[in-house]
Design a protein around this ligand. Sequence first.
Ligand SMILES: [Zn+2]
Length: 165
Amino acid sequence: MRVLSFAAASALLAAPLHAAPPHQHGVATLDIAVERTRVTLQFESPLDNLVGFERAPRTDAERKALDAALGRLREPAGLFRIDPAAGCKPATADVKAPAFTAGEHSDIDATFTYDCTDATRATHLQTELFGAFARLQRVQVQVALEKGQRGLELRRPANRIDLRR
Ligand SMILES: [Zn+2]
């Protein structure tokens, strides 16, 4: 369903910045919340960006591709590097494997938390998402700091997110 009434389109435009965009291949979202001693990252992506398909794997190669993608997400140290000045250590990594039930599309959701000595000292976060997932083209980023939130878009091959403002 691609045609929206004017009212529906207006409602979408008025939606809060952190609302996830519609499922769009090539695009993922990353919400970053920085609190004094904690950083939380929420990553959501169409499965297609990670493995090139969105249904249950049918071959060994597809099963391996899915396992590899899930494996990379479960080791966030290789995907995200928070400015060392903040003294952050990974605390939890919660990766929701796709259920492959309804419809022809699937998303993957992952939430990561870090315990930090002082997260407000982090000036940037570096991400290797584009290196890890070749089909990913853009990441829509929301940064929530104590002093407010803003959105930005990271386009391949950019890998640095400014956390200072
Ligand atoms: Zn899809």
